[in-house]
Design a protein around this ligand. Structure first.
Ligand SMILES: [Mg+2]
Length: 229
């Protein structure tokens, strides 16, 4: 149960609600892995993403292998791609507007905190982020690991997005979820249609099983939908 802080303390009040949101393709226009595959992997490189889509490997292992195939690249080349992901330009003000309404923004990503933390930090946004930790090692590429020890670890995705949504459902008045990919479907099923925001592959997957959702193109449109323009 949320309680108001005592007068005279600077402790922030507990949020009353939560927007749990995917990162790649949801807060940004492009996915990091797809930019990597398009720009930095040589023609004829192993199709790890195809292996995932065909059910031959997990989502986590596909991304891990794509990122580890960058051993002959400079870190600066990866950083240039991070800048091309197209973070929503209204992200910081959107997060502030949500917070002013008692709504926390929680990021859940099957991608890597190596680029997520950079983009959020560059935008001056400090959020709770559940993503797979990673570091760039020259000669070895971007080394991504599952968040072992986290309450929200998943074998398939690294991060168990649905478990984060369940955690918030138990502690908040309501929870909204936003995403754009197949790995978002389990989490999206847990929230009501009016608080389920989807685009791209998640929208198609939801429609295929008769799940209603609210479409969006840019993340800040979700803020408008949740708190009003
Ligand atoms: Mg995504």
């Amino acid at each position: 149960m949320a309680t108001d802080p005592s007068p005279g303390t600077d402790q922030a009040p507990e949020p009353r609600a939560a927007l749990v949101t995917d990162f790649d393709g949801t807060m940004t226009r492009r996915d990091f892995y797809s930019l990597v595959a398009e720009r930095l992997l040589p023609p004829g490189a192993t199709d790890h993403w195809g292996d995932y889509r065909a059910g031959r490997t997990t989502h986590f292992e596909a991304l891990q292998r794509i990122f580890a195939a960058l051993g002959d690249r400079e870190e600066a080349e990866l950083l240039a791609l991070v800048d091309e992901m197209g973070l929503d330009e209204s992200l910081a003000s959107g997060v502030e507007r949500l917070a002013a309404h008692g709504i926390e923004t929680v990021v859940v990503s099957a991608g890597c905190s190596w680029y997520i933390d950079r983009l959020l930090g560059g935008a001056g946004v400090d959020l709770e982020v559940y993503a797979n930790p990673g570091r760039f090692v020259p000669g070895q590429g971007l080394l991504m690991q599952r968040p072992e020890g986290s309450r929200f670890v998943s074998h398939d995705l690294g991060v168990d997005k649905a478990a984060v949504v369940r955690d918030r459902l138990a502690r908040r008045e309501w929870v909204a979820f936003a995403g754009d990919g197949w790995p978002d479907l389990d989490a999206a099923r847990l929230v009501p249609a009016e608080r389920r925001f989807a685009r791209a592959d998640l929208a198609a997957a939801a429609a295929a099983e008769g799940l209603e959702f609210r479409p969006f193109e840019r993340w800040s449109q979700i803020v408008d939908a949740v708190v009003g323009p």
